[in-house]
Design a protein around this ligand. Structure first.
Ligand SMILES: Nc1ncnc2c1ncn2[C@@H]1O[C@H](COP(=O)(O)OP(=O)(O)OP(=O)(O)O)[C@@H](O)[C@H]1O
Ligand SMILES: [Mg+2]
Length: 235
């Protein structure tokens, strides 16, 4: 079982969007996939319920927010025995305790960042705290950053790119600002499940992201490295 953790204490950076698209992609590629949603707002969980209604390849849903009672935490977080891929979505303003718990469960961390100065400022602070957490947990884990909701000709793009290149964390790719993400999520889908002709650019960007994930997840196998190809042939 391999788990990918989406993190950024800044709200609205794209954690849920990347979590749900990654989960949809793994599920359509034939992996037994689960989403653990730590966010009390439950956006990933809600997306998953829409997905069930739409009869798409299943993503097992785990509501890990602290709002649930009458159930032990260990039981609450249990994934089915045959789970191969776990995507972990986390809330904005994540607490230190939750950050530690989520990092302990993760095999990889992806940090999405949106282009505004406020997003860059908050992300810089967050990355500092994350690196400290990882150091104190003595955890050796791949971390990558994704620039999300970008418009290449926007004046916001260059400062973002400068910031990302200044970090000691690999800058994986940029995901464009696209209504396709909103359209897909409204029915519990990922962009790879939309008509390929309307998501040409988005799919290209995701190919880079998926390749990076496959190449950097520990113990990745042949079935990981050819994932972009399998997704393409599934459509
Ligand atoms: N690349 C994109 N293009 C267009 N819209 C996007 C993109 N990424 C995210 N969004 C939209 O931006 C909003 C915030 O994204 P999302 O919910 O994924 O962020 P988040 O980090 O999970 O937020 P929160 O911290 O509040 O949980 C959502 O309405 C989502 O549909
Ligand atoms: Mg979210």
């Amino acid at each position: 079982m391999q788990s990918v953790l989406l993190l950024n204490a800044k709200g609205g950076s794209g954690k849920t969007t990347i979590a749900t698209n990654l989960a949809a992609l793994y599920a359509t590629a034939g992996f037994n996939t689960a989403i653990i949603d730590y966010d009390p707002q439950g956006s990933s969980h809600f997306w998953g319920t829409l997905r069930e209604e739409n009869d798409r390849p299943a993503v097992h849903l785990i509501d890990a927010s602290h709002k649930r009672t009458g159930i032990t935490r260990a039981f609450q977080l249990k994934t089915p025995a045959n789970t191969e891929r776990v995507i972990i979505d986390t809330p904005a303003g994540i607490s230190r305790d939750l950050l530690r718990e989520a990092v302990d469960r993760a095999d990889m961390i992806i940090i999405p960042v949106a282009p505004s100065p406020a997003d860059i400022h908050a992300t810089a602070e967050f990355v500092r705290e994350l690196m400290l957490t990882i150091k104190t947990r003595a955890k050796n884990i791949p971390i990558g950053i994704v620039a999300n909701r970008t418009r290449q000709n926007s004046p916001l793009y260059q400062p973002l790119e400068r910031f990302l290149n200044s970090l000691d964390i690999p800058f994986i790719t940029t995901l464009s600002d696209s209504d396709c993400y909103i359209d897909a999520s409204a029915t519990g889908l990922g962009i790879h499940e939309l008509d390929p002709s309307v998501v040409t650019q988005e799919r290209m960007e995701w190919t880079t992201l998926v390749k990076w994930v496959s190449q950097n997840l520990p113990h990745s196998s042949q079935s990981d490295t050819d994932l972009p190809l399998r997704i393409a042939s599934n459509q």
